[in-house]
Design a protein around this ligand. Structure first.
Ligand code: SAH
Length: 246
């Protein structure tokens, strides 16, 4: 069944507008009475019936809500140190496919790229579009939000995840697996903040800030992974460990 994201909170009567509305009327040639799925901004998926089609606007009536089908149990926020060129596009696209719930670009001390005001806003808009396309393609039940570009201090001040991990290439005692097992034993993991450095790595000051905020430095093994590899490997391992990856 076709699914459409509606950027509004769930309501019994909803409207699908713009490109999606044109797709429904011109390409799918749906008629009043046909059924589809809508996913609202607050993450509710519902079975809905088309009641009216008017070119740019399709009105639907929601019949019943549907339980989350494609979301992982552990909600991961990926905080990625700003990396060069197209790498952030790749990282965020793949993170959404894997199942990240939220994405945060972080301007780190060793980030080579610097983005100021309007440039940063444009980039965030671009990443949000990439996240949306990836969410649709991978049949997610929600569109992960891309937060504004922020510093490590801002990230730590605003993030409320109960489990915080920072992948640190110099860590040689605590493995990702051990940290996950400890967190599961200490009450379970619900929301997890995963911090990954940029190409230049995480600065000593950022590491200390993260530790002071309760983040646990973890190793991803004996080889140094590139910035665009580390987050995806860590996410895959977390979802595997928490029973979400096949
Ligand atoms: N410039 C650094 C490498 C940075 S790799 C150096 O040459 O040493 C980019 C980021 O990926 C790191 O900041 C870290 O968050 C993560 N990362 C890469 N390999 C890792 C590993 N083996 N263990 C933990 N984190 C790793």
């Amino acid at each position: 069944m076709h699914r459409f994201f509606v950027e509004k909170e769930y309501a019994e009567k909803m409207q699908i507008v713009g490109g999606d509305a044109r797709h429904i009327s011109k390409v799918l040639r749906m008629q009043p009475g046909d059924r589809l799925q809508v996913v609202s901004d607050d993450g509710i998926t519902a079975l809905a019936e088309v009641v009216a089609i008017d070119g740019e606007c399709v009105s639907v009536h929601c019949l019943e809500t549907i339980a989350e089908l494609h979301e992982p149990r552990v909600k991961i926020t990926l905080a990625q140190g700003l990396a060069k060129g197209e790498k952030m596009d790749f990282i965020f696209q793949k993170a959404v496919e894997l199942g990240a719930t939220a994405l945060v670009p972080v301007a780190m001390e060793h980030s080579v790229v610097r983005l100021d005001g309007s440039k940063a806003e444009k980039k965030v808009e671009r990443w949000q579009k990439i996240a949306e396309a990836a969410a649709k393609q991978s049949k997610r039940d929600m569109i992960p939000r891309v937060a504004k570009l922020q510093t490590m201090a801002e990230l730590l001040a605003s993030n409320s995840c109960g489990t915080k991990l920072i992948a640190y290439e110099c860590e040689d005692r605590m493995s990702l697996k051990e940290a996950l097992q400890a967190a599961e034993q200490a009450g379970g993991i619900k929301e997890l903040l995963l911090i990954i450095g940029p190409e230049g790595g995480i600065s000593p000051k950022e590491l200390e800030l993260a530790k002071a905020a309760g983040a646990i430095p973890v190793s991803l093994g004996k080889r140094i992974l590139r910035a665009e590899t580390a987050g995806l490997v860590a996410m895959s391992a977390i979802f595997y460990e928490t029973g979400d990856l096949g």
